[in-house]
Design a protein around this ligand. Sequence first.
Ligand code: RNT
Ligand code: ZN
Length: 422
Amino acid sequence: MTETRIEKAYELAKERCAELGVDAEGAIAAADNVPLSIHCWQGDDVGGFERAGAALSGGGIQATGNYPGKARDPAELRADLEEVLRDVPGAKRVNLHASYGEFGGKAIDRDAIEGSHFAGWMEWAKRAGVRLDFNATLFSHPLAADGYTLSHRDPKVRAFWIEHTKRARRIAAAMGKAQGGACVHNLWIADGAKDSPVDRAGYRGRLLESLDAIYAESFPERELEDALEGKLFGIGSEAFVVGSHEFYLGYAATRKKFVTLDMGHYHPTESVADKISSVLPFVPGVLLHVSRGVRWDSDHVVTLTDELGELCRELVRSGQLSRVRVGLDYFDASINRVGAWAIGARSARKALLAAYLEPAAALLAADSGNDGFARLALLEEAKTLPWCAVWDEYCRRSGTAVDSAFIASVKAYERGVLAKRK
Ligand code: RNT
Ligand code: ZN
């Protein structure tokens, strides 16, 4: 598509939006402003840098595929991230896991990580113009191999993971301080059982104690935002997940923490969009893990699904975005990883833009007037409004490839960089 055609199509789309009371310019500006926290782990299948060739192991999550070109060290991962940042318009952050520290070839165990291991990331983030978010890593480790960490029966194992998570929070707070804006620290653990445990209460009691020990250290809100992520089930934890949604919701509500809602972590007919207004009255904030589960919590690349549309519309409609952090969480090793990464982030941004282009005033009028017919008719019309022309113009202005050119730009990166990694 030529630049002039994009601009012409946009002018017409803008008029069409205005007829419905929608300000297309305002929508672009608003969508552009929502920070998307791009997860580092799509670039290397959740491997991390603790040992050369480290791979995701256990924890009930799985990256499948063996497409060539995966990032093998911090420099490669950062180069790939820079390509993704170029492909995605709007405000961005980068989300790190503790296993992505730079340990200089030394075996630094999880209970010994320090801020210095992330200094390289902090310098890079500053140069790249992004802020960082952070996660303790309580999987892919011998002391997590039997399926329990913070709820383990053995106090020594619990102590190890408490120490790790405390350190991860300290590192996150240091990042927040250095970058002049809170770093979100998310805690997800895989603790659970393949088959029916008997002492469910015992595990949950121990998790509660571990969490209280971890969060005893407090940091200013402007440096650190704590979030906890529950889950329904995982591979190997089909019958029991210690950190369930209800457990963390109660914890977050009583301890004033953010609750993390991952789109793959609920029964398939449950709507994460619907949960936002249900939990926000009781917790300081919500961290979203934008993902796409196919049949299970499979972490497929995010695409423009109805669920994603509903989620973004709810974010915009609720007017509560200031209390929501938007993170991405998917990993696909079966296709070009950089392309997969960028598709998901672009689709998240697209869905946000489309949500801001909704004829909000007309919809609200129908809603408050109890006019169910007009509301449904408008909702249907909104789906086919020419918002794609607004997306193209937004990409053009932000110097990002429009959809038709995006494939070529990713392929060029593959030829120039990824294909040379043997
Ligand atoms: C796992 C959780 C968690 C992880 C990342 C890597 O089911 O969704 O967020 O995907 O921590
Ligand atoms: Zn998640």
